[in-house]
Design a protein around this ligand. Sequence first.
Ligand code: IMP
Ligand code: MG
Length: 192
Amino acid sequence: MNEPAIERILFTEEQIDQRVRQVAADISAKYSGRELKLIGVLKGSVFFLTALAREITVPTRLDFLAISSFANQRGGPGMVRIAKDLDDSIEGDDVILVEDIVDTGFTTRYLLQHLAGRGPNSLALCTLLDRTPRRIVQVPVDFRCFEIPDRFVVGFGLDHKQLYRNLKYIAVLNLDEARVRGDPRGPGGPPH
Ligand code: IMP
Ligand code: MG
């Protein structure tokens, strides 16, 4: 590993692979006999969603949405807006929203409300990472791969300023190093 901003690896490629298989087996068992729709949130959840979908054994459709978040003026939890909506209706579908990380919970709560308003038959939440110490609004997490401590993490889809998504592992990022080295957009905080 030749990346000074990576402080420590939290989950290796093998650990992620193993846990994704377990969660996919749980999902396949729960949705046995039904068809499933996985909804991914661009871009962070794409790596997780494709890994998960490959291991799910019930008939599965995929759709994606993209969001933009804006920090509010006091630097508190931001507002979320749909930047790209779903391609297809989810009315009557058994839907799982697939997230990279649930942090404060604001983004996920907004998305769950948005999707619930479109009449799915059922709606569940599956997240790669769950950082409960920072939770502000409660969201029901139905499936989760890992709980993580209150540190900024990157890899397997998670970014810092759009970098590091393609790492095969999940790691704690040293934000000071990340700002000093190779950061094309200069200083700035994480999208917390
Ligand atoms: P929430 O609305 O506070 O739950 O924030 C969720 C969003 O913030 C996630 O979808 C990520 O895009 C981003 N985020 C939160 N924590 C991290 C992190 O540790 N690394 C990378 N992105 C993060
Ligand atoms: Mg991000």
